[in-house]
Write a protein that binds this ligand. Structure first.
Ligand code: ZN
Length: 571
């Protein structure tokens, strides 16, 4: 049987060559040309044959299995398990024949961060109308002092600010000019309800809906801190995810002396939120409703929030892993396509059903396995694409996309010379899908090749199954997009071949509610990696085509990231 490798290689070679074959077949010179190409093709095919398929789901399985084993202790940033993971990835890069692209001839780009761990003696209370409520850490609240101090103390007025959004393009302003300097903002994450794609993206979450936006806007407004009242629908996940994500060590970029930061980035459970709001005579559902109105105005709650936040602070030395395969064109090889996947996960944390290791098999052992497999296939290509390929496994994604943010600020290859970032994050190995999600690609000049390559692999391009989850703003490609680089993740669609309707929805629900950011995100021997294999193939083909493009890529007219692209120097 003809292996998929020969097919893929034939497909990868420039399609214009095929037209040349037909058009020029009449002269001897052209016959020579055909023979040369045919011989090259046969040579490639015979080289390829013994190795079989260049992209193998079983290779991806082996990487996922190792990276998510208990031995790696959940791959925490600044911990032994994380160091081992980066060493493993660098070793795989070396074995595949990638050139070191990190600092001082190594595979590592050092990312200096600070780790903040809130100590369990943290106190948070609310006082109003002669009554005080103390909130219980972990059961009722979690939070971090972003000022990177050993102990932070505050006593501040609380003001409810709805969704905390200022979006002039949607004529939306939750603050209405009210001065919130020095105050504790109480708000909901997410954004106003909408089915109109022109209004906050309709059902899809825009960046305004993400918690990270809320904290950034609060800081711009000079607020003291933020308390988000959690609800499962507004967050898109349950309290256990908030708790496990915020109670461990938080890797952040070291604060410059005198730089402003929030004294608290915190979360309250819905029940604790009810207790807080009851002191102001309000209810969660009532305020959620009020927050959906354009006429909403900030509501001073008549409550003071007191906090004492002791933190353990330490310098965190962590690293991105970077390997390069040089391009074949003397002038274009200074430009790159980037493949990325974060290697970090949550490490060792609070026990759930007696298990303390947050293995992160799906999140993001799978992305790392795919990244490594594409790297191996790329390095084995007998004829390298014109541009170079940079394989980047970034750190500290779980702590807020820190590793990719650091790369964007300290690029190995400048943004203007970067054609695309193709990212992989958390793919469920449950078999092949007939559809694929490449959300964001349609907003870039890469769209025709993405469509073409999806078609070659018989993939239907599907819209995001859960646009309300705001995945575009939740993974590393977003850091590249903010730097102007056309960037998107490749994710599996929701139609699993040979599985009943509803299978995907069930599987997503099961993962999102029971295993996402939990110790039970573990490797399973019965996983089927054929879908990940196809997702890797698609990225491989897109990467090759992008590396051979005549023109530098950009974002489409009117896109939110176009200005950043132009600022980077791409016109
Ligand atoms: Zn994650």
């Amino acid at each position: 049987m003809q292996s998929k490798r020969t097919k893929a290689l034939a497909a990868c070679s420039d399609s214009r060559a095929k037209n040349r074959w037909i058009g020029l077949a009449s002269s001897m010179a052209n016959l020579k040309f055909i023979m040369k190409n045919l011989l090259l093709f046969l040579a490639m095919a015979s080289l390829a044959a013994p190795q079989g398929d260049p992209i193998s789901g079983e290779h991806i399985r082996a990487d996922v299995k190792f990276l998510s084993s208990d031995l790696l202790e959940g791959r925490a940033v600044g911990a032994r398990g994380g160091q081992l993971a980066t060493e493993y990835i660098a070793t795989q890069f070396a074995l595949a024949g990638l050139q070191p692209a990190g600092d001082n001839g190594s595979y590592f780009q050092k990312v200096p961060l600070v780790g903040i761990t809130t100590r369990p003696t943290v106190k948070l209370s609310a006082t109003g109308k002669g009554q005080t409520v103390d909130f219980k850490y972990m059961q009722e609240f979690v939070g971090v002092d972003q000022r990177q101090k050993a102990v932070e103390q505050f006593d501040a007025e609380a003001i409810f600010v709805g969704h905390g959004i200022v979006a002039p393009e949607f004529q939306w302003d939750d603050f209405k000019g009210v001065d919130v300097r020095g105050k504790m903002l109480v708000l909901f994450t997410n954004e106003p309800d909408s089915n109109d794609p022109k209004f906050f993206g309709g059902r899809a979450l825009t960046y305004y809906g993400r918690w990270s936006y809320k904290y950034e806007e609060a800081l711009r407004k000079g607020a003291l801190g933020v308390i988000i009242i959690h609800t499962t629908p507004t967050a898109g996940y349950g309290w256990d995810v908030v708790r496990s994500s915020w109670s461990g060590e938080q890797p952040v970029v070291k604060l410059a002396p005198g730089a402003p930061e929030l004294a608290l980035t915190g979360w309250l459970t819905k029940e604790a939120g009810e207790k807080l709001l009851a002191m102001a005579g309000k209810h969660v559902d009532e305020l959620l409703k009020a927050s959906n109105s354009r006429d909403f105005r900030p509501i001073p709650l008549g409550i003071r929030i007191r906090g004492t936040i002791p933190s353990k602070i330490r310098a965190l030395d962590t690293r991105n892993v970077a390997g390069l395969v040089p391009g074949s064109d003397p002038s274009l090889k200074s430009e790159v396509v980037i493949f990325s996947a974060h290697w970090d996960h949550l490490g060792i944390g609070e026990a759930v059903n007696g298990d303390t290791i947050y293995n992160g098999a799906v999140d993001n052992g799978t992305g790392c396995g795919i990244l490594l497999e594409i790297a191996r296939a790329w390095a084995a290509l007998p004829q390298k694409p014109k541009r170079s390929a940079l394989f980047l496994s970034v750190t500290a994604e779980e702590g807020g996309l820190r590793g990719s943010e650091y790369y964007a600020a300290h690029p190995i290859i400048p943004a203007a010379k970067t054609v695309v970032d193709v990212n992989y994050d958390a793919l469920l190995p449950l078999g092949r899908t007939t559809d694929i999600v490449v959300a964001g690609a349609e907003r870039t000049t890469l769209w025709p090749i993405v469509q073409h390559d999806a078609q070659r692999l018989h993939f239907e391009i599907a819209p995001e199954a859960h646009p309300e989850q705001g995945h575009y703003y939740r993974s590393d490609h977003f850091s590249f997009a903010r730097a102007g680089i056309p960037a998107f993740s490749i994710a599996l669609g929701s139609h699993f071949a040979g599985k009943p309707a509803g299978f995907s929805e069930e599987a997503f629900k099961e993962f999102n509610t029971r295993h996402y950011h939990q110790p039970s995100d573990e490797y399973h021997a019965d996983w089927d990696f054929s879908g990940l294999q196809e997702a890797a193939r698609l990225g491989f083909l897109i990467g090759i085509d992008a590396a051979n493009l005549d023109k530098m890529t950009t974002w489409n007219a009117g896109d939110e990231f176009l200005a950043a692209r132009e600022k980077s120097g791409v016109k």
